[in-house]
Design a protein around this ligand. Sequence first.
Ligand SMILES: [Zn+2]
Ligand SMILES: [Zn+2]
Length: 390
Amino acid sequence: MKKYMKLVAVAGISLLVAATASLQDASAALKTITAVVAKDINLGIHGAAWTPTDSSGETIYPVVIDGVSYLPVRSLAQALNTEIGWEDETRTIIIGGEQHSHASSDIDSGSHSHSSTNSAGTTPTYAPPLTALPIGDGKVSTDGPKVGYVYVAKSTFNGGGSTANADWFNGDGTYDSTKKPIVDGSVLWNSELTIKVEGDKRIFTGNKLPDHPTGNYPVARNDDAYNYDRNPNTIGEHNFRLVLPANPTAAAKPSPLPMGAIGIMTTGSVIFNAVDDMGRDAAAHEIQDKCSGHPESSKTYHYHNLSPCIDDVSTGQHSPLIGYALDGFGIYGKYGESGELLSNADLDELHGHTHVIEWDGKKVEMYHYHVTNEYPYTLGGYKGTPVKAE
Ligand SMILES: [Zn+2]
Ligand SMILES: [Zn+2]
């Protein structure tokens, strides 16, 4: 638990007051409470001042009862970018998506417990919130894979990328991914992707265009994103045929990732590694559209992290397959076997792990990669033997 204040969230002051009134009518045996509307308590979230408001924008002040501070849960959840819902039938406020066994680790982007050890003496994993993702700049390795790093063959970086300082950086080595400007537009494409298994081969044909809308590229002058990243490239069609092993196996040792495509996603578009041309955290610095994609100089639309336009919601189960790395191993979403939100600490230095997964309709124990909200987002290096992309 965070130490500085004991906080209990309630649905809102109006609900609290109404409940108190009706309870007093119902039973004289109930204890009368004294609530203080604490206008002098200041609130901060991840280092920034925060003022809770109701749906009409009116300020809601903390209420203190017997030394416990109560905050409006909807406003708090929204400030933490956590899903919140109300289930009338069971009178349940649901915070952070659906409930399942890993109670503390599945909230996509909410506040997590920072206690360093639990009663069993093990260190619980901690997935950073979307509002404070560590910036991965410099976490590039050329002499082998490391947890939290991208293993690449290239050792010198130079080139374009975003032009201005990022005001979504929190100033403490993290960035608020929810505050990044988004390239405007909703352009539809004629996406083609066919995947078929023939013997021991998985054969892909397609045009690398996404099956979801993209932003308007080049970034328009009147787009707020233009102030940060004047991506001058257009999106183009790239017909390709790719043959990967249908049942990949681990290579004798991991290999580094190339710049450019490292995998093909089920949306039809490719995924690049986590670094930009300057060797910085691409997702932290570069501006993308609402599906987290953008084109580069060869007009290839690509992602550097998980696209929100790929279905990967918390269901209490393992994420679905969302793509294939160019060594043939599967890329899955950000939830582990019990539906827990994964972080780097749950994965090996290549950003994957081994357990039973569904593979071509069969249950197979095999290695696979996962995406995470945090850098390096997708692969840390290749487990198998990569095929060169066309
Ligand atoms: Zn890029
Ligand atoms: Zn897994």
